[in-house]
Write a new protein. Structure first.
Length: 349
C-alpha cells in the first residue's frame, strides 16, 4: 500500500514538473517565435549596419533604438544562432510585431534592402557627390576627393574635364553600406554597360564624336532646352556649326564658365570671359560637360536632326521652344523679338 502511494505521488510530481516545464517552454517559445519587435506605433523601421560592424554593435544599436522588448533574450538567441559570424552590412527592413527569431534570421541571411540612388541632374563634382551619397553610407567629402583625384580620373581613362561624363544620370540600386570607392567602381561599370550598346557606340563613331564629346554636347543641349521636340534639332544646329568650323556660341557654356547659375540673360560682357568653356571665343566643343546630361539628351545628340539651321534662340512667348534660322539675318529678327520680350518682363541679367 505504501509502495503504491509512493509511486502515485512520484507520478504526480513528474506530471507537475512536466507541466511546469511545458508552461515555461511554451512561454519561452512564445517569446522567441511570437511578437518580439515593437516599433512604437510604426509599421516598419530601418536598421543600418555599417561595413566592419560587429554583432555586439548591432545588438547595442537595436537596444538603443528600443526595437526589441526583451534584449536579454535577443542576445541569448543571437548567441545560439552564431550571429557573431553572420553580420553583413546594409540596411534591413524591420516589421512591427516580427519575432526575435525572424529578426535574427533576417540579419544572418544578409537579406538587406537595396538603396535607390537617383541623380538626374548635377553641374559640378560637388553636386554629384552630394546627390549620390543621400541614400548610401559613403561620405560626400570622401566621394568628392575621389572625383577630383587625377590618379582616379586617369585610372578610368578620363581627365579632370571629362571625368564627370562617366556618370550617367539614372536610378541605380546600391547596398546602403557602399563606400565612395565602390560607388566610383560601380559607375565605371555602368558607363561601360551604357556604351556597350552597339547602337550608341556605332552611332558615336558614325557622327565623328567620342563618347565624352557626345556627353559634352548633350550637356549643352540639355542646358538649352527641356522640350523633347527641340532636343535633336538643337543638337543638329551644333553639329552643323562643328562641321563648318563655326564657334558654337552656346550661352550655357558662358554661365558655366562664370559659375553664376542665377544668370537669366547672357550679356556681351559675359562673352569676354577668358575660359576654355567660352564657346564664343573658342571653336569646337568645350573641354568637358557643363552638367550631367540625362540619357534622352545623349540619345538626341547621337540621333541629331539633319537640317540646314545654323542659328536658334528661345521663342519670345517663353514656351520653352526655340526659333530656328538658316541665315544670320533671320536669326537677328528672332533674337530681337526674344530680347524685347525679356525687356518687357524686366529681365536684364
Amino acid at each position: 500500500m505504501a509502495k503504491r502511494s509512493i509511486i502515485k505521488y512520484f507520478l504526480i510530481f513528474v506530471l507537475i514538473v512536466g507541466a511546469v516545464a511545458a508552461y515555461f517552454g511554451y512561454e519561452l517559445y512564445q517569446k522567441i517565435f511570437g511578437s518580439g519587435v515593437d516599433l512604437k506605433g510604426k509599421q516598419t523601421e530601418w536598421l543600418y549596419i555599417e561595413k566592419g560592424g560587429s554583432s555586439d554593435e548591432v545588438l547595442q544599436k537595436i537596444e538603443d533604438k528600443g526595437f526589441v522588448k526583451d534584449m536579454e533574450l535577443m542576445r541569448w538567441v543571437a548567441g545560439r544562432k552564431n550571429l557573431v559570424n553572420h553580420i553583413y552590412p546594409g540596411r534591413y527592413k524591420l516589421r512591427n510585431g516580427m519575432s526575435i527569431n525572424s529578426l535574427i534570421d533576417l540579419l544572418r541571411s544578409g537579406s538587406h534592402t537595396p538603396s535607390r540612388v537617383i541623380f538626374s541632374f548635377a553641374r559640378t563634382a560637388e553636386d554629384l557627390a552630394g546627390r549620390a551619397t543621400r541614400s548610401i553610407s559613403a561620405d560626400s567629402i570622401e566621394l568628392l576627393k575621389l572625383l577630383e583625384d587625377i590618379n582616379v580620373q586617369t585610372r578610368y581613362g578620363f581627365n579632370e574635364n571629362t571625368f564627370m561624363s562617366m556618370y550617367i544620370p539614372n536610378t541605380y540600386e546600391f547596398n546602403w553600406a557602399t563606400t565612395a570607392e565602390e560607388f566610383v567602381e560601380r559607375m565605371a561599370k555602368e558607363y561601360k554597360r551604357f556604351w556597350k550598346n552597339e547602337q550608341r557606340s556605332e552611332q558615336a563613331q558614325k557622327i565623328g564624336l567620342t563618347q565624352s564629346e557626345v556627353t559634352t554636347l548633350a550637356s549643352i543641349v540639355q542646358a538649352e532646352t527641356n522640350m523633347a521636340k527641340d532636343r535633336p534639332r538643337i543638337a543638329g544646329v551644333y553639329m552643323n556649326r562643328l562641321e563648318k568650323g563655326i564657334p558654337l556660341e552656346a550661352d550655357p557654356t558662358l554661365v558655366y564658365a562664370l559659375g553664376d547659375f542665377n544668370i537669366r540673360r547672357v550679356l556681351n560682357k559675359h562673352k569676354k570671359i577668358k575660359s576654355p568653356y567660352n564657346t564664343y571665343m573658342n571653336k569646337g566643343l568645350p573641354p568637358g560637360p557643363i552638367l550631367l546630361p540625362s540619357i534622352p539628351y545623349i540619345d538626341a545628340v547621337l540621333n541629331y536632326e539633319k537640317h540646314d539651321y545654323i542659328f536658334f534662340c528661345a521663342k519670345e512667348d517663353f514656351s520653352g521652344y526655340s526659333n530656328f534660322a538658316k541665315t544670320y539675318k533671320q536669326h537677328l529678327r528672332n533674337a530681337k523679338k526674344y530680347q524685347q520680350a525679356l525687356n518687357k518682363r524686366k529681365i536684364y541679367k
